[in-house]
Design a protein around this ligand. Structure first.
Ligand code: FE2
Length: 312
């Protein structure tokens, strides 16, 4: 089509898209083109702004490597990842869901660990935490024999793979649900941590005057044939950034039920001082049982990363 003016451009592109054989491709790309063109018309995008936008897309790629995914970080920082999660879980956005963001730090092959054991594998300071979790189907029946991966940061805000000071697979473990669909483990309370700000995500946050912190959380990935693989996080309600997560991941349903115990004896004899318990029941929906692609594959060498923190 030979174009006579700006008002014809969108129709010209949509007419070519109509040739695509795949109907879902036509639907998604057609809507994308319409919204993209309408967006440019609405804000009257200038040529300088257009060049800047192209520069951002290039920078997302340049800041992405085997150990860091700037595109995922940008998607989270715009709330897009959480929107996609909530649209696709909880009966397609109709009910509360335990589904949440995967984040960049899941590793495959966490060490198999027996129920009740600790996932602290090298000396790691922190308040003792005893977690009990139950896994149910949508009818409330226990899910027996599900594999549950756990991972979380240290009290210094580092995952073991970022931190040469921690043993390989520290604060990670793979549990199997028992006859009651239950697992239990011991660890330490995690801390929140900053996301990197040396790329376009940092520019985005600075432009808004936002901090770059995630509130403290525990990660879960639950795998059982016949159920949609559940990726979840439980958040610490007392974290000072609980209502301003840079990745917009915190949902009310996933505020962890932490209880602080001052005087009761802990479940383990070596605990001195206060300790915490945390209990949660997860619901898994029926669906395809697929593991995500692991975002990272190995453990950092050398120095701990130095990630600056933006004021809020
Ligand atoms: Fe995390």
């Amino acid at each position: 089509m030979i174009i006579d003016g700006q008002e014809q451009v969108t129709d010209a592109v949509l007419a070519e898209l109509a040739r695509a054989k795949n109907p879902r491709f036509r639907e998604v790309m057609g809507a994308f083109v319409r919204h993209l063109h309408d967006f440019a018309r609405e804000v009257k995008l200038t040529e300088e702004e257009f060049q800047a936008a192209i520069g951002y897309i290039i920078a997302l790629g340049k800041h992405t490597s085997e150990t860091h995914n700037e595109a995922v970080l940008m998607s989270g920082s715009l709330g897009f990842s959480t929107l996609i999660c909530l649209l696709n879980n909880g009966n397609n956005g109709q009910t509360d869901t335990d589904a949440n963001l995967l984040g960049p730090f899941w590793r495959m092959h966490s060490p198999p660990t027996r129920n009740g054991e600790s996932i602290v594998r090298s000396p790691t300071p922190g308040e003792a935490l005893f977690v009990k979790a139950w896994f149910r189907d949508t009818d409330g029946k226990p899910i027996v024999g599900a594999e549950v991966d756990i991972w979380h940061s240290s009290t210094e805000g580092f995952y073991e793979n970022q931190d040469p000071m921690q043993a390989d697979m520290n604060l990670r473990g793979k549990f199997t649900t028992d006859q009651d669909g239950h697992i239990a483990f011991r660890s330490i309370r995690p801390a929140g941590y900053p996301i990197p700000i040396d790329g376009p995500v940092g520019e985005l946050l600075r432009a808004q005057g936002r901090h770059n912190m995630r509130p403290a959380h525990l990660h879960f990935l639950v795998h059982k044939e016949g159920f949609k693989t559940l990726v979840s996080q439980l958040y610490s309600p007392d974290d000072k950034n609980i209502d301003s997560d840079v990745q917009f991941g915190v949902t009310r349903h996933l505020l962890g039920n932490y209880v602080r115990h001052e005087s009761e004896p802990a479940p383990a004899a070596d605990v001195t001082g206060p300790w915490y318990s945390l209990e949660h029941t997860f619901t898994m929906e029926r669906g395809p049982t697929r593991l995500p692609r692991p975002p990272i594959t190995g453990k950092a060498q050398g120095e701990r990363p130095k990630i600056p923190i933006l004021a809020y």
